[in-house]
Design a protein around this ligand. Structure first.
Ligand SMILES: NC(=O)c1ccc[n+]([C@@H]2O[C@H](COP(=O)([O-])OP(=O)(O)OC[C@H]3O[C@@H](n4cnc5c(N)ncnc54)[C@H](O)[C@@H]3O)[C@@H](O)[C@H]2O)c1
Length: 346
């Protein structure tokens, strides 16, 4: 018997929602039947572009009128808690964009609300679903360079992110919350959980309110050490946005994921391999965003597959709290000038 096609809705029809809607259109086993945005015009544009009939401005009304199998929250972080708790109260499984919330209390509360209601929750953390990172992480797990010892995971750009997301110039907390969630998540994927981290933040661009650059040194429980960098204030040509580059070392070699998805593997036996991990270019995608756009499809497919398999996800609410604890600890460290053990956010 074929599986039922899940029917869901998306809340938020702004900048990034169009990547979600393109991905939902090709993901297997689900369809979007309604879009909710406070801004009727934005919802209307998305509804006509993706041929979706339900156009709502009020999420509570949408829950009351539709029988939904899932909800995809693609609003900015200030509204995540209220919308996820609304989904939980209605018993509807939910995927919510990163950052999960603006602060620890809201993040923890929304995860607990879903747990208490027995409602599956996945965080749309898409960087670990990027094909190059999936591939390199598997090589690392398979022991290609022995036991991992050290790494540098870095996202550095000068790109004007404020064009499409003007709200980012106004927030008090920027680089770590907006970008650090992704890069710390990759640090966990590559090296596992963290016992201590030290972070320094800076504001490079004068018109930005929050920090636009953060540099952290991380000690993992495995003993590995990683350097995590996220910045919107790094002027280099060519600019590598939106690529997260990595340099991983182990007891038997190293792996470098470099610009344009070129990978170099060096082994202690003196051998060297080059690989090209250029991701798929989806029909709606555009360079340089194609890796991220392809990852949105994989993220959404993971959500659908997880819903069909008992509601378990690699980036569950509980898992993402571990990443979020690193971001909160990085802010604490930057404020105090001291290393922080993220276990304080248990
Ligand atoms: N994973 C990624 O790679 C990635 C990239 C960019 C943005 N994002 C995330 O996506 C989310 C959305 O970002 P964006 O840039 O698209 O924001 P945006 O401001 O462009 O769009 C958000 C939309 O949500 C609507 N909205 C807000 N609260 C609502 C509510 N209660 N009910 C109905 N509609 C509501 C707004 O009217 C707006 O149209 C953010 O959390 C952002 O961090 C993720």
């Amino acid at each position: 018997m074929s599986k039922k096609t899940l029917r869901g809705a998306i809340i938020g029809a702004g900048y990034f929602a169009h990547n979600h809607l393109n991905a939902w259109a090709v993901a297997e086993g689900a369809e979007i039947i309604a879009i909710c945005d406070r801004d009727e015009d934005r919802a209307g544009v998305a509804c006509s572009k993706f041929d979706i009939s339900g156009n709502y401005q009020d999420a509570a009304r949408m829950f009351a009128e539709l029988d939904l199998d899932f909800i995809d929250v693609c609003t900015t972080m200030e509204t995540h808690r209220e919308l996820v708790e609304l989904a939980a109260a209605n018993g509807v499984p939910v995927k919510v964009q990163k950052p999960i919330a603006p602060n620890w209390d809201d993040a923890k509360a929304l995860v607990e609300a879903c747990k208490a209601a027995d409602v599956p929750l996945m965080v749309h953390e898409n960087f670990r679903f990027q094909m190059p990172h999936q591939t390199v992480a598997k090589w690392l797990r398979d022991g290609l360079i022995g036991t991992p010892t050290w790494g540098r995971i870095y996202f550095r750009t000068w790109y004007d992110i404020y064009q499409n997301q003007p709200y980012l110039a106004e927030v008090d907390r920027l680089a770590l919350l907006d970008l650090g969630v992704h890069v710390f998540d990759l640090a966990r994927v590559y090296f596992g959980e963290v016992e201590s981290l030290y972070c320094q933040t800076q504001t490079v661009k004068s018109f930005v309110t929050g920090e636009d650059q953060a540099t952290a040194m991380v000690r993992h429980t495995s003993g590995a050490v990683s350097v995590v960098e996220c910045t919107y204030g790094s002027c280099q040509l060519p600019d590598t946005i939106p690529q997260t580059l990595v340099h991983l070392e182990g007891t038997e070699g190293s792996i470098k994921l470099l610009q344009d998805y070129k990978v170099i593997v060096a082994k202690a036996d003196g051998t060297r391999e080059e690989h090209d991990l250029t991701p798929a270019m989806r029909p709606w995608a555009a360079e340089p965003w194609h890796c991220e756009q392809d990852a949105v499809v994989h993220t959404i497919q993971h959500f659908i597959d997880g819903l069909n398999n008992g509601g378990t996800f690699d980036t569950s609410g509980e898992d993402n709290l571990k990443t979020f604890a690193l971001v909160m600890s990085a802010y604490d460290s930057a404020a105090t000038g001291q290393p922080v053990n993220p276990a304080k956010y248990a």
